[in-house]
Design a protein around this ligand. Structure first.
Ligand code: NDP
Length: 288
């Protein structure tokens, strides 16, 4: 048996087309484009690539991209003052500070300084709390993208056994919260888990967000399960996920590839969150 391949690239392209329509509707009503501010500190090449592609995707969707680049040795106070300015700027609907930050700046302090209602990355503790308590807020882009892909396979997730591998604040924990909110029975596997494979073998849904190349092999997967691979690992063999696609796709019912699975969803959801923020702030009804 060979699994259905979940085409994240095509799904993200459809989502971006819907967002572009929503942006045009917003513009017509509010008289301005939604604005996304992205702050890059330092010269980290991977971060620079992410910021460039976020800026391009923002402009392609008809939104305004506001980019700020600060030197690696910028004092924390200067970055916090910029965040305060962006919080106060009525044309800015979303604020994103690209991580990681240089060592002398505490990322949590900066994240906590962002207005939670402009925190389109969903990393602010208030948004984590809103997600945990079922209040509307912003949900981190990667796990929300995973949920959208899962729902394309399982319109009803209620009652399914879900295992999330990884418990980071940006992927694993919010993913588990989202699945719990969908009434899955959720297990979180992490580095101290005694028998990760046994947990994964029992799961109808597996979300792997570990950062270990091809850790999850086909013999870990329950036949017919849906497998979402968040991992992005650069190896000598090229870009690979946390799941061994060759063996897992022989057992799973549906699976995301790497690349072309979860990756393209992250920026699409960032644009979605920015449009949702703009619509909330201007009280414009957008169907997205
Ligand atoms: P982190 O390094 O922050 O978290 C990794 C998690 O995996 C930790 O909770 C850790 O457990 C757990 N872990 C480590 N080793 C094991 C093990 N042997 N068995 C079970 N669990 C283990 O990573 P992120 O959450 O930020 O990212 C995870 C992966 O997703 C990475 O490959 C990253 O590149 C990718 N990623 C992809 C994105 C996309 O857009 N597609 C966006 C963000 C991330 P513990 O807490 O105990 O240390």
């Amino acid at each position: 048996m060979s699994a259905t391949i979940i085409d994240g690239k095509a799904f993200a392209a459809r989502l971006r087309a819907r967002i572009a329509t929503g942006v045009a509707e917003f513009h017509a009503e509010a008289g301005r484009a939604p604005g996304l501010a992205v702050v890059l500190v330092g010269e980290d090449p991977a971060s620079a690539v992410y910021v460039r592609s976020k800026g391009k995707a923002t402009r392609d969707a008809g939104m305004q991209s506001i980019e700020h680049r600060l030197p690696a040795d910028v004092p924390a106070e200067t970055l916090l003052a910029l965040v305060a300015d962006l919080n106060a700027d009525p044309g800015v609907d979303g604020i994103l500070v690209q991580l990681p930050l240089p060592k002398h700046i505490d990322a949590q302090t900066v994240i906590s300084a962002i207005d939670p209602d402009k925190d389109v990355d969903g990393f602010h503790p208030i948004n984590a709390g809103r997600l945990a308590t079922g209040l509307p807020g912003f949900v981190p882009c990667t796990p929300l993208g995973c949920l959208m892909l899962l729902k394309s396979i399982h319109p009803k997730l209620s009652g399914l056994e879900a295992v999330v591998i990884g418990r980071s604040n940006i992927v694993g924990k919010p993913m588990a919260q989202l699945l719990l909110a969908e009434s899955c029975t959720v297990t979180i596997v992490h580095s101290r888990t005694h028998d990760a494979k046994a947990h994964v073998r029992a799961a109808d849904i597996v979300v792997a967000a570990v950062g270990i190349p091809q850790m999850v092999t086909g013999d870990w997967i329950k036949p017919g399960a849906t497998v979402i691979d968040v991992g992005i690992n650069r190896t000598e063999a090229g870009l690979v996920g946390d799941v061994d696609f060759a063996s897992a796709s022989q057992v799973a019912g549906a699976i995301t590839p790497v690349p072309g699975g979860v990756g393209p969803m992250t920026i699409a959801v960032l644009l979605r969150n920015t449009l949702v923020s703009a619509a909330r702030r201007e009280a414009v009804a957008i169907d997205i």
